[in-house]
Design a protein around this ligand. Structure first.
Ligand code: ADP
Length: 177
């Protein structure tokens, strides 16, 4: 599924983020930035040890913030590491923190001249954010950014598995009705 927002492409696809050819891919990391499971593990495996070496110098990352490294052996030249909120029922500013992950990642991309970027579904794995709610927040945050910035030409959501992909397609269709 692909739509145009203010001259930029917003794409939803099912796939593996480590294989994307965008300028940057986003990692759903943890605060230490020293590696983990899920998409974080996949990115460090595909990118090789150079990414972890760079991460060690960053001193971690707060929830909702984002930091950049190179992409190691992957096609994407950059990895933007962001830390999603752990879902605790919805009363701990999770929505605001999740939106902040997308906004800060896009700001870091803009600051670094990145024009195309791929996101995973942040917080919906080990951090247990309900997928339908996370999809709405993610799409709203990205659409808001694209409506006010023209430097990013493509934002691609790379959803792992059919369940995540359908949830994002449904959320996008509902938002456009
Ligand atoms: P978090 O800790 O933020 O919840 P996870 O990595 O556990 O991060 O999960 C985030 C999302 O990333 C989940 O929906 C998971 O299915 C997905 N994911 C896992 N591996 C990949 C991959 N290689 N490419 C894209 N998405 C992935």
């Amino acid at each position: 599924m692909q739509i145009t927002i203010n001259q930029s492409l917003l794409t939803l696809l099912e796939g593996d983020i480590t294989e994307q050819d965008t300028d940057a891919i986003v990692n759903a990391a943890n605060k230490s930035l020293l590696g983990g499971g899920g998409v974080d593990g996949a990115i460090h495996r595909a990118g090789g040890p150079a990414i972890l070496e760079e991460c060690r110098k960053l001193g971690g990352c707060e929830t909702g913030d984002a930091k950049i490294t190179g992409g190691g052996n992957m096609k994407a030249a950059h990895v933007i590491h962001t830390v999603g909120p752990v879902y605790g029922g919805g009363h701990h500013d999770e929505a605001m923190k999740l939106a902040s992950c997308y906004r800060r990642s896009l700001e870091v991309a803009s600051e670094n001249g990145i024009r195309s970027i791929a996101f995973p579904s942040i917080s919906t794995g080990a951090y247990r954010y309900p997928i339908d709610e996370a999809a709405r927040m993610a799409l709203a945050a990205v659409i808001e950014y694209l409506n006010s910035h023209t430097d990013i030409t493509e934002v691609r959501f790379v959803l792992f598995g059919g369940n995540a992909f359908s949830a994002y397609c449904k959320a996008l269709r509902e938002m456009r009705e």
